[in-house]
Ligand binder design. Sequence first.
Ligand code: HDE
Length: 724
Amino acid sequence: MDHKKGQQPHKDMKDSQLEEFRVSDAGEPMTTNQGVRISEDEHSLKAGARGPTLMEDFHFREKLTHFDHERIPERVVHARGFGVHGYFQVYKPMTKYTKAKFLQDPSIKTPVFVRFSTVAGSRGSADTVRDARGFATKFYTEDGNFDLVGNNIPVFFIQDALKFPDLVHAFKPEPHNEMPQASTAHDTHWDFIANNTESAHMVMWTMSDRAIPRSYRMMEGFGVHTFRFVNDKGEAHFVKFHWKPLLGVHSLVWDEAQKIAGKDPDFHRRDLWEAIETGNYPEFEFGVQMIREDEEFNFDFDILDPTKIWPEELIPVQRIGKMTLNRNVDNVFAETEQAAFHVGNVVPGIDFSNDPLLQGRLFSYTDTQLIRLGGPNFHEIPINRPVAEVHNNQREGYHRMTINRGQTSYHKNSLGNNDPRPVSQLDGGYAHYQEKVEGRKVRARSDSFKDHYTQAKLFWNSMSDVEKQHIIKAFRFEVGKVRSKSVQQQVVDMFANVDLTLAEEIALGVGVTPPKAKAGDEASGTTMAGGAETKASPALSQLRTAMSPATRKVAVLAADGFDADEMKAVLAAFAEAKVVPEVVSENLGMIAGSDGSRLEVMHTFLTSDSVLFDAVYVAGGEKSIAKLQGIKEAVNFVTEAYNHFKTVGASAQAAGLLSGSGIHLADPAATSGYLTSPDEDTGLVIRKETEDAGVFARQLVDAIAMHRHWGREMQMIPPAKRTD
Ligand code: HDE
């Protein structure tokens, strides 16, 4: 099972290790857990058909007992998550910086298991809530397991792990009524924020579109803390870890996110599952930012402070490898639920820094597994086993699987040849980086951690206008749900230190007094002197991200009589661009095109919804369009896609249907709905009567690649309020 000495791990190694534990019941007789075959599984053993159940019914007792114990405690945070397998390959040897073996040889595929998660909600909560996302990766390396337990936001709310329970108590449902579920839009969360101003920077991220990702496949990952790379000479670099999705960073819009939470609470896990099942493997590049040990104090922020980023423009991210996620789990409980990540699982070549948040996490992750997984042997659960061999003197405890042979289980010994024995660094023994540390025992925080606003401001300054609008609206939503006027006022006053306009906008939205303080005032904490990070970091805006039509889901609205030639051209262009079309119509079954060709309907207007798609294509064909125009849900489907700034493709024949959806094609006389024309709106792709279907199809694909058409958001003011 474990890989043999000298054998290098490869991507299938974890898979073959898991194979030993996989069970298929196909064609097998049913048995008890003792292997006794069962002849009857519907009726408990009774004294007479109407009599009491008998204690001796061992099958009944076993089945019920097992059922009664089928839950383990959910994770106290990150309870809702979804895990997948894959592999990692480094692009070039990183020998100069680290001796970690999985970062040396580009031909080696290191198996990985990744669990994505939300933070605040319970295990059954919805996927699309506003929240940070966990991005935890277990690398099964030749040197043992390395866990990178990160988030999709590069900073954290607090600077010292001692405050973590307070933070979590504040954002979880309030204790007296257990509301709200999976949401920070309530009093205790914002009370915590306003009274713990180190959270300002992370709150800017959670109020931004980053906290409502379109897909787990389209978000960045960050190790957050500063770690160390150590090479074979013992030289160290400070390092921050990044994951960069090849599909770019894309988000939902807030109205859509809330509706999806009801229409499909499993939206993100379904998206990931389907992408992998259809061979659209998510890919993430592994990035590192590095700082030499002697550069530690060269910056206007403390590199140990987890509420600070290292601006990419100051310290570039080098992309050093790629992770491909290519296999779904066989069983969610056995793999995802029992996966035990630990930020302290490092391998030779990777070490810690003194970030006080990281230091605290080193305690918490093992401790939490003891209660969740019921004892100290959770490393033996198949998903947690390293592919490297395990030898030590640890024995016994709940659920011990290994049958260790031999008389001795202590070190040092003479009876057992002193095995297993520690080995030197040359033989791969882990040696901690010899950092010089001295100081008094104090409960204190370094003064260099006291700037709470400069980088929050940097984030705000780096946003495009549309991203700023989203942040303002998110604040108004969240703080608007707070009942305490005092807390609302405190939040407004706090964020005046980030940006006065932002704070004024929040104040207006939630009905409290506009702030007096100016951004930059030292109302709380000191503001550090100028420098690049007080300006803007273009890398922080999502508008600069990679655009691709690949794997975008498009609803094809069609009915009998659709234009078969156009449909053929569009589906061919979609296939070429890896766009995923799904036909939506009134009823399931087959629909017939203008030439008699048949198309399978995948969803009806009842079983599906506009918010579950990235774009809508209304197929040409007068008969098909006329049919759809008479279905209220079909018209609403298009309206909603349009209102969520998605691409809408249709032939000019569909003008009537579009107009019912509030989209008036170049009709300056329109008196209601939103005035727009294909020329003004990059996301409205209209096929004119004479236009070649292939040209139309390619334009449609290009528009889908843009993801959203924000120009429309700026235009979306009802005509009555338009000043132009
Ligand atoms: Fe965690 N965190 N955390 N955390 N965290 C857990 O471990 C904790 C922090 C993160 O998919 C718990 O197994 C403390 C930062 C992820 O299984 C627990 C502190 C970051 C996951 C815990 C932090 C994270 C967890 C709960 C403050 C981003 C899910 C269940 C010092 C870098 C892993 C568990 C998975 C899970 C403690 C802060 C990421 C209780 C004490 C910062 C992705 O151990």
